[in-house]
Design a protein around this ligand. Structure first.
Ligand SMILES: C[S@@+](CC[C@H](N)C(=O)[O-])C[C@H]1O[C@@H](n2cnc3c(N)ncnc32)[C@H](O)[C@@H]1O
Length: 245
C-alpha cells in the first residue's frame, strides 16, 4: 500500500471498532478455555493488539500483567490511554528485540497471525512461551468444502495462503503444539461487529470528495464485504487454544 492508501485505510480503521472479525463474547469464551491451564499472576502478550478490543476483555479476566504489542502507534497510544495496559511497538516476527525467551504464560493474537503466516508465527512465538504456556489465536480458514470459483479467485488474489481447518490443525501439530480447544467464530463477529462498522465509516467518508486512490480503497472493502455476504458459509475465523506438546 502506498502512503495515500495507507492514510485512507487508517481513516476507515480508525480504532473505533475491531481490526477484524471478533467479539468480546468470543474473546471471553476462548480465554475461559485457556484459563484452566494457567496459574495465577500470569504474564500475557497480546500480539497484533490493534486498538485493543480483546485487550480490554483480557484485562477484566486475567489475573496478571498484560502487554499489548502492535506496530501501529495510534492504536498503541489508544490502548495505553484507555486501559493503562503496557504497550510495545515491535514487530511480531522480531519479539527478541523486546523480550527474553520464555517470558509469557499466555500469548494471545486475534486475527493477526496471518501477517507472518501460521507456521512462522507458531515457530517464532514458541520461543517466548514459558513451559506449560498457552497460545490463543484466531485465524482464517476454509470451513466448507468446494468453494465456488468466484470465491476461490477472490482469495487467490487477496490471501492465497488461506488453508482448510484440517491443514491448520496439521500445521499446529507439526509446529509441536496440541489443540486444547477450538471453535469457529459466529457470523455476527463478522457482520455486526466488523462489516457493519466498516459500512458506516465508508458512508461517512464518502460524504467527502474522494480521490481515485481513496475510491479504490472503498471498493476493496465493498468487495470483501460482498464476498462474505454471498459466500460467508465457506470460510471463517477459527479460535484455537493450544499448548506445547
Ligand atoms: C487485523 S488487525 C487485528 C487487530 C486486533 N487484534 C483485533 O482483532 O481487533 C491486525 C493488527 O496487526 C498489526 N500489525 C501489522 N503488522 C504487524 C507486525 N509486523 N507486528 C505486529 N503487529 C502488526 C496491525 O497494526 C493491526 O493492528
Amino acid at each position: 500500500m502506498d502512503k495515500e492508501m495507507m492514510e485512507f485505510f487508517f481513516k476507515i480503521h480508525n480504532g473505533d471498532f475491531r481490526g477484524g472479525p471478533g467479539s468480546d463474547i468470543s474473546t471471553e469464551r476462548a480465554y475461559n478455555s485457556a484459563k484452566g491451564f494457567l496459574g495465577k499472576n500470569i504474564s500475557v502478550l497480546d500480539i497484533g493488539a490493534g486498538s485493543g478490543f480483546q485487550t480490554r476483555v483480557l484485562k477484566k479476566l486475567v489475573d496478571g500483567k498484560i502487554t499489548a504489542l502492535d506496530t501501529t502507534e495510534i492504536y498503541l497510544t489508544k490502548i495505553k490511554r484507555e486501559t493503562g495496559v503496557e504497550t510495545v511497538n515491535c514487530s511480531m516476527d522480531s519479539l527478541e528485540k523486546s523480550f527474553s525467551h520464555a517470558s509469557f504464560d499466555l500469548i494471545w493474537s486475534e486475527g493477526a497471525v496471518y501477517i507472518m503466516g501460521l507456521a512462522n508465527g507458531l515457530k517464532h512465538w514458541k520461543l517466548f512461551l514459558k513451559q506449560g504456556g498457552i497460545i490463543g489465536f484466531s485465524h482464517i480458514s476454509w470451513i466448507q468444502d468446494n468453494p465456488p470459483k468466484e470465491l476461490l479467485d477472490y482469495w487467490e488474489e487477496n490471501y492465497p495462503q488461506i488453508t482448510t481447518l484440517d491443514e491448520n490443525k496439521k500445521i499446529i501439530d507439526e509446529e509441536g503444539y496440541e489443540i486444547k480447544d477450538y471453535f469457529i467464530l459466529p457470523s455476527t463477529d463478522w457482520t455486526k461487529n466488523y462489516y457493519e462498522k466498516i459500512s458506516e465509516r465508508l458512508g461517512m467518508l464518502e460524504k467527502n470528495k474522494l480521490s481515485p486512490v481513496e475510491k479504490d480503497v472503498v471498493e476493496m472493502h465493498r468487495e470483501e464485504m460482498e464476498m462474505y455476504d454471498k459466500y460467508g458459509d465457506y470460510y471463517g475465523y477459527v479460535f484455537f487454544i493450544i499448548s506445547l506438546k
